[in-house]
Design a protein around this ligand. Structure first.
Ligand code: AMP
Length: 281
């Protein structure tokens, strides 16, 4: 595996690969790898001739009071894990090179980013779409792989690719979980043992919702109330939102009569976690 730091080097490598008819599979990440990231890399390895992973903690997708500075970073550990996953190039640009002082272009997807996490993180998704666009232009992949864990991000990136006629196929991969159901996340490292235990309530509430739907419940209000009962059973959890949305438009549904995503965000102690479950009909 080769580590690439400079944008012009990455572009030269990708251009050459494309000229040689290679399929580039790309996995954008912010590092501090776990099995969720590795599942994306394995899929990329399977689909591409060349597997490129970016490791870039993108400042523009963090709000002013969020955790950009303390976001977990461990280059040696990530390097080893990426190498073992069969990554060909690990692209780790510097913030100063990605965002020189005269950088002034933003890519924003409008409707899809208004609800869910967009409500409490107003500039988050424009930070994501801008950096993903920049990374696509540098890495030039034919295939890019994202996790369903960040479902709104996945749908938003798909919309951007469609709207801007970008030649990248977006692949979504299922959420990888710990044994007790907690969705893997680099932010789980912030949790102390009590919080870690309380964090399992997120998935428990989603499973409860799924059970209710399987048994025929159609009322969104009833499902959300049942989920709230579970989430409020521990004072360490404070809910940001629960929404039940159409999987394509991310608009709230009034009754479960089609494929939906049940999505939530909650603070566990000081740590904001998200999770979701897809219900296909
Ligand atoms: P991040 O490094 O958190 O920005 O995530 C990089 C990519 O990994 C994104 O496409 C995420 O959706 C995906 N990802 C993060 N956690 C998981 C998980 N538990 N299961 C599957 N994919 C994940």
């Amino acid at each position: 595996m080769e580590v690439v730091k400079k944008i012009y080097e990455m572009k030269a490598i990708s251009l050459k690969a494309r000229q040689n008819g290679k399929i580039i599979a790309f996995v954008p990440t912010m590092g501090y790898f776990h099995e969720g990231h590795l599942s994306l890399m394995r899929e990329g390895r399977r689909r591409g001739d060349l597997l490129i992973v970016s490791l870039f903690v993108n400042p523009t997708q963090f709000g002013p009071s969020e955790d950009f500075k303390k976001y977990p970073r461990d280059f040696q550990r990530d390097h080893k894990m990426a190498e073992e996953a069969g990554v060909d190039f690990l692209f780790c640009p510097e913030v100063e090179e990605m965002y020189p002082p005269d950088h002034q272009t933003i890519v924003r997807v409008e409707k899809l980013t208004k609800g869910l996490c967009g409500r409490s993180r107003p500039n988050h998704f424009q930070g994501v779409t801008t950096v993903v666009n920049m990374l696509f232009n540098i890495v030039m992949p034919q295939i890019a792989i994202f996790g369903e864990k960040d479902f709104q991000q996945l749908v938003t990136v798909r919309q951007m690719v469609k709207d801007l006629y970008m030649d990248v196929e977006i692949i979504g991969m299922p959420t990888v979980r710990e044994q007790d159901g907690l969705a893997m996340s680099s932010r789980n490292t912030y949790l102390n043992p009590k919080e870690r235990k309380a964090a399992t309530l997120l998935y428990q509430s989603l499973k409860k919702a799924e059970q209710l739907v399987i048994h025929g419940e159609k009322s969104v209000e009833k499902i959300i109330n049942e989920m709230k009962k579970i989430l409020t059973s521990d004072p360490l959890v404070s809910l940001d939102y629960i929404q039940i949305c159409d999987t394509h438009t991310l608009e709230d549904v009034s009754s479960i009569d089609r494929g939906v995503v049940i999505a939530l965000a909650a603070f566990v102690g000081q740590t904001r976690l998200i999770d979701n479950i897809l219900i296909r009909k």
